[in-house]
Design a protein around this ligand. Structure first.
Ligand code: NAD
Length: 459
């Protein structure tokens, strides 16, 4: 049994009340989690640490990010083991996606920081210097689907730019954030630079967003929570980055390489049990290749290894959508059932026969459930892809027209003939109800700093 504790000012501390961390694999209790409601002590620690941390040079902070990356890399198997335990995902996914990409996040921002150049704008009679200052104490709130991967994606650039941190991982998956805290203490990261508080979102998460001394909130989670976060933070003029939900389309055009398309679309449908915000949960296939595509897709699906979904509660939500699909006239082509074993298992499910505007095909399910739809023209596919409130990601599978179609998709990221291929320098984020702002490369640098101008008149 692991006892998760808050990391405040370099010390691990608990609160009076704790609650259980439940394994999605078999519903056993794997850890206890502090039910924190107040973040004052963490904010005081972060404020006290700010002067020292922000006055290090950028290169010194890059060295710290490398030290964290080194330590995480040394412990990569343990990071993956904890992530697999907490989320139920297969070990190979925990290792190759979660743990490796968490190391890469620190490594990338360390390297990126070393390439940052100061900006100057010369006038005839003066020079403008752009100075990037840290924002201050920042609040980082993350979800359960890629726990350390998404939290480290925020922690690394926030540290790089000289901010001090109050981080709150999801209450469903706290283990790897707790482990990261231990590693940071072990390598001597100065006390109070990284504080990690655990507990329920509406309690400790809300306390972070409401705290007047926390100057920026970087939030990744559901669109409905994002609305609450925005409504709370906006009147305080906090900097706000919101990475929210999605309902992404995978579009297979008539000139697609079918082998590549089938395995790519399948992976985007079911990797991490469909619980990645970038997963393609709507598969749109040109009618001329529909039969062949589906035959291959369903055949390969039988070999696809997935874990359970994150919790019993979440499984109930996913199952309710399968029932809704049936009510809406959908036909289950594969899956749809609950295997006879303990844990939040559910078969990967493929549904056809639904209108692309049905609730099942437009609302975020965030599980191993995809709907499949036929189209006859590129314009029809584009119209179908764009018909939801969301605009996070998507993919297009085509030998000749991929980029042309991709540019007409209303979303922040579109892959052509690939999926989840990530260059950390590029903008990451959604349009429409999928979010506000961008992360990645210079976009993260911009969010976690205040660019100010010093205009110096020449003699
Ligand atoms: P969620 O919105 O329930 O929770 C996200 C985080 O917010 C958790 O840490 C939670 O404790 C906290 N929280 C909840 N209420 C809060 C409040 N009032 N104030 C502050 N914090 C609060 O989301 P989830 O169920 O953990 O994650 C799944 C969702 O995340 C899906 O919608 C998915 O699409 C989205 N997601 C988006 C991205 C992206 O990059 N756009 C990435 C991953 C997941």
């Amino acid at each position: 049994m692991i006892h998760v504790e808050n990391l405040i000012d370099g010390q691990f501390v608990n609160v009076e009340e704790n609650f259980d961390d439940i394994s999605p694999i078999d519903f056993s209790v794997i850890a206890t989690i502090p039910r924190t409601k107040n973040v004052d002590a963490a904010v005081t620690a972060a404020k006290n640490a700010f002067g020292g941390w922000s006055s290090l040079t950028l290169h010194q902070r890059c060295d710290w990010l490398d030290k964290i990356a080194d330590e995480l890399e040394n412990q990569i198997e343990e990071v993956a083991r904890l992530e697999a335990l907490d989320t139920g995902k297969p070990m190979e996914v925990a290792l190759n996606v979660d743990a490796s990409r968490s190391v890469n996040n620190f490594r990338f921002f360390a390297d990126f920081g070393r390439t940052l150049e100061s900006q100057e704008f010369k006038m005839d009679d003066a020079t403008n210097y752009v100075v990037r200052k840290p924002v201050g104490v920042v609040g980082l709130i993350s979800p359960w689907n890629l726990p350390l991967y998404l939290l480290s994606w925020k922690i690394a650039p926030a540290l790089l730019m000289g901010n001090t941190i109050i981080a709150k991982p999801s209450e469903i998956t706290p283990l790897t954030a707790h482990f990261l805290g231990k590693l940071c203490v072990k390598i001597g990261l100065p006390d109070g630079v990284l504080n990690i508080v655990h507990g329920y979102g509406p309690e400790v998460g809300q306390a972070i967003v409401e705290h007047s001394e926390i100057k920026a909130i970087s939030f990744t989670g559901g669109t409905s929570t994002g609305k609450i976060v925005a409504a709370t933070a906006a009147p305080m003029f906090k900097k706000l980055s919101l990475e929210l939900g999605g309902k992404n389309a995978s579009i297979v055009l008539d000139d697609a390489d079918l082998e590549i398309a089938v395995s790519g679309v399948l992976r985007s449908s079911f990797l991490n049990s469909g619980q990645i915000c970038l997963c393609g949960s709507r598969v749109l296939v040109h009618s001329s290749i529909y039969e062949e595509f589906m035959e291959k897709y369903l055949r390969e699906l039988k070999e696809f290894n997935i874990g359970p979904v994150i919790s019993e509660q979440h499984r109930s939500k996913v199952l309710s959508y399968i029932e809704l699909a049936k009510e809406e006239g959908g036909r289950i082509l594969a899956g749809g059932r609950v295997p006879d074993k303990a844990g939040a298992w559910i078969e990967p499910t493929v549904i056809t026969g639904l209108s692309h505007t049905s609730r099942t095909a437009t609302e975020e399910i965030f599980g191993p459930v995809v709907t499949v739809h036929k189209f006859d023209t590129d314009d029809e596919a584009i119209e179908m892809a764009n018909c939801t409130q969301y605009g996070l990601a998507g993919s297009v599978w085509s030998k000749h027209r991929g980029r042309e179609v991709a540019e007409k998709i209303e979303s922040g990221m579109v892959w052509v003939n690939t999926w989840l291929h990530r260059d950390l320098r590029v903008p990451f984020g959604g349009v429409k109800d999928s979010g506000v702002g961008r992360e990645g490369g210079m976009w993260s640098i911009g969010f976690f700093s205040e660019a100010v101008n010093i205009c110096v008149m020449e003699d």
